[in-house]
Structures are given as C-alpha cells and as structure tokens.
Design a protein around this ligand. Structure first.
Ligand code: SF4
Length: 421
C-alpha cells in the first residue's frame, strides 16, 4: 500500500463500505468521500461522514500508517485540528490524532484491488494495461478519449491564447506563425517559427503577388542566401533580398538552426520554405477561408501548393536531383496541418467567440481526418486499441505521453475501471 493508491481507494470508494466502524467501535457510513485536495492541508475536503447517529461534514486526512500523523508533524498544525475523520490503512500507533475519529480501512479493502494495481505498475510493458484494457467498455474509453483530446488542446492552446491576448486578437498573425511552425514539422518547427517572427506579416503581404520576392524574403530571412551560388535562381533571390532587407531593415535568423540530417529530401527545410512562400502567394484570404471551411475535401485545395519550378529539380540550392519531381505538399502533410493548425485554430476561435456549434465543427473536422501513423499509434494498434481517426490518434498520443509512460494509471479512467472491475 502506498499513499497514492490509498487516496485512490478512498476517492473512488474501492472498499466494502457496508460494515465500517471507527477504531473505538462506533458504526460509520461514508456519505461523501470529499473533494481531493492537491494543495497543502488535509487530503479530502468537505467530506460527509455518519458516525453513530451524528453526521459530520469536514476534512479527512489519510495515512497508510497512523504513525505518519506524527512523522508529518500534524499534531503541531492547526489545519488538522478539526478533521471529521482520520483514515488509516494500518493503525500502528493508536490515538495519535487525539479526539479525531479514526477509521482503519485495511479489513475493508479487497486484496484483488491491490493486486490489480500492482499488475499495472509492476510491469516492464510499454503499455502497462496492454493485457487488461480490453475488459473496459468501449463507451467508457470513448468518453475518456474525448476528455484527453480536450486536455491536449487546452495545453496546446495556452500559448496561442497568450499570443492573441498580447496582440489585440490578431488572428491572421497567429495563423501565420502557427502555419509556419507547422511547415517545419517536428524537426524544424522552431526555426520556422523564428523565421515567421523575424518577418512581420505585413511585409510578405505587401509582396504576395510576386512569388520571387516572397521566396527572397523567406529564404533570405532563413539565412539561406548567404553563400556563393552557381545557379541563376538563388543569385536572383540574393539580389531581391539585398534590396528588401535594406528597405525593411531585416535581420535574418542564423542559418545553423536548420536541420537537414536524417531527413527525407522532400522534407528538407529548403523545400518547405519554397512551399510556404507558394502558400502565402496563393492565399488571398486564408484566415477567413480556413474559418469557414469545415470539411477536409474543401480545405485540401487551399493547402494544395507546389514549390516554384526550380524546386522540381532541386532539394537544395545548386544541387540538381537525379529524377525531377514536383514539390507539392502531399496528402499526409496537408492532414498534419489540418490536425495541428487548422482544427485547433478553428476550435480556439469558436471558444473565444463562445460558439459551441463551431467548436463542434472543429472536432468533426478532426474526426474526418485519418488517424496519424507513428510509433505510438502503432503501439496502440498492436495492443488492440487502434485509432479510428485523427481525433482518436491525438487523444491516444496524449494518453501515452502524459499517462501511460509516466505510469499515471491511477489518474486514468481505464486504470480506474481495471482496478475496480
Ligand atoms: S495510463 Fe491508463 S491507458 Fe495507460 S497504461 Fe495505465 S491504465 Fe492503461
């Protein structure tokens, strides 16, 4: 028995509550276990307990051994003077809490509860409940996944909210920054975001009709034009950038931030920057279009961009590739952008406007995108919990990263259902 499990058992009433008695022999009924307190002070607040014929409403402190009361110094702490109940698993030192009623819970806790918990935490499996989760009802799991998705978005959108608060609700700028970070995908998200932040949106907007100037601005600010090139195209970009840099007093980000190693050439940041420039060139009112579009079928054409013709034969400046190929964004990249930028921004916009119908649209958009494929979704699939769509794959990522790998099974609905089954 440990403190976390003991709290969990009390919180979810995982004991036989029919014949409880205080340590002094009075019959006891738990009407309400109380609210778990994560701050300083007693473990559960505002519990409701019936002892004999008296109903007590107050705080409850839990210890696996009653002597912990002394070890934790509660006898000197006024916050523990007026508890309704002291619940212990073992009463190794009687009377430590003075007149406060004591409940010894060990006789009421079934060994299976402890064994099921041990089965979850004492395993080397990557997914501790791999052998047990199939016993949990689908409807319970689906509800948990919905809450996990909300939790994931809440964490993700905290920074976005701050950015909006600090910029007088500049949604176009938020979209520009987030879209740029998304074009960097996992490996180059940070330099891409820095690139966008180094180039205020009003500047590319002024040059949006001229693709070459847009490319010059983005490649120049990325620090990728500071070289002696052989090809005409990068030389032309250099000339454009020299002029624009002086005009707008621009300062590029360090070229060394970009990562090319161990990447497939189609994902090289040089290709992505060319595609991003093409997106800015193509999209006249991208933000309003994105807000009004709630189907993947309609969003795909908005993001279906192709880098300029030089990139048909190059992945990097001055290096001709063997087999030419158009550098379009591709379906999986578009889906990634829908998952990581468009659906969340639609959701955030709806939340800040207070329109629940639009929030629902954002969730439906995610449900219409196929599940992501990565080592975590594959792990779930191998263990008989495949994601059916991107909403579920996002929730399963959240579950694995924040709960399973941290062994937080006691805070997980699946864990609760396994332990109390
Ligand atoms: S956190 Fe939940 S889903 Fe993950 S292993 Fe534990 S019980 Fe299973």
């Amino acid at each position: 028995m440990n403190e976390s499990l003991f709290q969990f058992i009390w919180q979810h009433s995982l004991y036989n509550g029919t014949a409880l008695h205080t340590a002094s022999g009075e019959p006891l009924t738990v009407i309400y276990s109380g609210r778990l307190n994560r701050d300083a002070g007693p473990d559960f607040l505002e519990a409701k307990i019936k002892i004999g014929n008296t109903i007590l409403v107050g705080n409850v402190e839990l210890h696996t051994r009653s002597s912990d009361w002394l070890r934790h110094g509660h006898q000197h702490d006024p916050a523990y003077k007026n508890l309704a109940l002291h619940v212990v698993y073992d009463d190794d030192v009687a009377g430590v809490a003075g007149n406060i009623p004591v409940l010894v819970l060990r006789p009421a806790v079934a060994q299976q509860v402890i064994d099921r918990y041990a089965g979850l935490v004492n395993t080397s499996l990557k997914l501790p409940c791999a052998r047990q989760h199939t016993s949990v009802k689908s409807i319970t799991k689906e509800g948990w996944l919905s809450r996990l998705l909300a939790e994931r978005w809440e964490q993700k959108l905290t920074d976005w909210n701050v950015m909006l608060d600090n910029s007088a609700e500049d949604w176009r700028n938020l979209l520009y920054w987030r879209m740029a970070a998304n074009f960097g995908f996992k490996t180059n998200a940070t330099p891409f975001l820095l690139l966008a932040q180094s180039l205020p949106l009003n500047i590319p907007t002024r040059h949006k009709d001229n693709l070459l100037q847009l490319e010059a601005l983005f490649f120049g600010q990325a620090g990728m034009l500071d070289d002696d090139f052989n090809d005409d195209y990068p030389r032309e970009l250099q000339r454009e950038y020299d002029y624009l840099k002086k005009k707008y007093k621009l300062k590029p980000i360090p070229n060394g931030l970009w990562k090319f190693l161990r990447m497939r050439p189609v994902n090289f940041p040089s290709v992505r920057i060319a595609q991003f420039a093409a997106l800015v060139h193509k999209s006249l009112h991208l933000f309003s279009q994105i807000l009004e579009t709630h189907s993947v079928k309609d969003i795909t054409p908005l993001l279906d961009v192709r880098a300029s013709s030089y990139w048909d034969t190059h992945y990097r400046f001055d290096a001709v590739q063997e087999r030419p190929s158009p550098k379009t964004l591709g379906n999986s990249s578009i889906e990634n952008i829908v998952i990581n930028t468009i659906a969340p921004i639609q959701f955030l916009y709806a939340a800040r406007q207070g329109t629940s119908q639009l929030q629902e649209h954002a969730l439906q958009l995610l449900e219409a995108v196929p599940a992501e494929q990565n080592h975590i979704t594959r792990l779930w699939e191998e263990n008989e919990w495949p994601a059916e769509n991107a909403a579920q794959s996002q929730a399963l990522l959240q579950l694995y990263n924040n709960y399973c790998s941290a062994r937080r099974c006691l805070e997980c609905t699946v864990g609760l259902n396994i332990i109390r089954s």
